[in-house]
Write a protein that binds this ligand. Structure first.
Ligand code: PLP
Length: 380
């Protein structure tokens, strides 16, 4: 049987990983500044994470959500502590798209409305509602076009106010990435986020922060929207939450009332997933990784801003992007092939850095040196 060929593959067969490095079958080490697409949070194969999953596997790996699972309660308590959203409620699922799907559905249940406001260049996932709120027609099948989603310009408070003036009473939810990832690393301004908050309050609409990529410590705060010092009504989480183990969830403000059957999933919140997510949170706390992401991120951002040959360095914490001008074309490929460094991309000319939150100054410097050398190579 052939694989359904939907992924353009890099010529790399990873067979092992440890910390900030992955290894191919020939034993070559690659510095992983892509984090498997922002998924690796505490580092590849962290010993505590491996141990907690192994111990759990020896007890029980899965049972359905029809019975008590105390690991879910333990996870909710730990999440409350580390996120600071003490009075929120937790619903667990399996992926980022599913988290957004549930958040949007819940907003519609709660308000009795259908209209969703999303933003240009947004990416919220591939399932029906999540992809309807994703600003990329090529990902949407005809059945996903419901007419319920409007895309407004990102960081444009005037356009947002205008829209709410005439349509505010119909809006169920505004969904926003605090830092757009797939769209190319664009940071929502504090002013924009506060305007969304005020308009949602004034019109009883739900503010959903899609923290699937930018959350879980990546931005140097637990949620990227925490930088603006406001609360969303629903936070969606996935990628870094399990450090590679599939687990996702939504944090739901206290004013949402749950009803049996409103949301549900077979695998969401299973024993192994909870063990993985708990290990991630315990390690983040133990190793002060949110603070580390802030510090190393700051160091990298400032250093990158001095590098000639790249442009528009931007981001927060360890979610960093920059443009590659025509004169440095081929930079990503060069970093991979000659310097064995993995980076992410967005569109043809943006490089994204999404490394594990535990990288240190030595790794940052290794990258900075290789980057300069690769820029010199591609220019000549
Ligand atoms: C901001 C954001 N939301 C949602 C998703 C979808 O997550 P998943 O691929 O786990 O469904 C992604 C994935 O890249 C994302 O970056």
């Amino acid at each position: 049987m052939k694989l359904f060929d939907v992924y353009p593959l890099m010529d790399l067969n990873i067979v092992r990983a440890d910390g900030a490095y992955v290894y191919d079958e020939a034993g070559h080490a690659f510095l992983d500044l892509y984090g498997g697409h922002a998924v690796i949070s505490i580092g590849h194969g962290h010993p505590h994470w491996k141990q907690r999953i192994k111990v759990q596997m020896d007890k029980i790996s899965f049972y359905s959500n029809a019975v008590i699972n105390e690991l879910q309660t333990e996870l909710a308590e730990k999440l409350a502590k580390l996120s600071g959203k003490e009075d929120y409620q937790l619903f667990l699922c399996n992926s980022g798209a599913e988290a957004n799907e549930n958040a949007l559905k819940l907003a519609s249940f709660h308000t009795g409305r259908k209209q969703i406001v999303a933003f240009k260049k947004a990416f919220h996932g591939r399932t029906s509602l999540a992809v309807a709120a994703t600003d990329s027609p090529k990902y949407r099948a005809p059945v996903n076009e419901t007419g319920n989603v409007v895309f407004l310009p990102f960081n444009d408070t005037t356009a947002l106010k205008e829209y709410f003036k005439s349509n505010g009473q119909e809006v169920a939810a505004v969904i926003i990435e605090g830092i757009q990832g797939v769209g190319g690393i664009h940071v929502a301004s504090d002013e924009f986020l506060h305007t969304i908050r005020q308009l949602c309050d004034a019109h009883q609409a739900v503010l959903i922060a899609d923290e699937v990529q930018c959350g879980f410590g990546r931005s140097g705060k637990f949620f990227s929207t925490d930088h603006a010092a406001l609360n969303a009504d629903i936070y969606t989480m996935a990628k870094g939450m399990g450090n590679g183990f599939p687990v996702a969830g939504i944090l739901i403000a206290p004013h949402f009332k749950a009803q049996y059957g409103m949301l549900g999933t077979t695998f969401g919140g299973n024993h192994l997933a909870c063990a993985a997510a708990l290990a991630v949170l315990e390690t983040m706390e133990q190793e002060d990784l949110v603070q580390n992401a802030a510090a190393i991120g700051d160091y990298l951002l400032h250093a990158l801003q001095q590098v000639a040959g790249i442009e528009n360095v931007r981001g927060k914490g360890l979610m960093i992007g920059f443009d590659v001008p025509e004169s440095s074309k081929g930079l990503k490929q060069r970093l991979f092939q000659k310097y064995r460094i993995l980076t992410g991309e967005a569109g043809p000319n943006v490089i994204r850095l999404l490394p594990g939150l535990s990288i240190d100054h030595t790794i940052a410097d290794t990258f900075l040196q290789a980057l300069q050398a690769a820029i010199d190579d591609v220019k000549n």
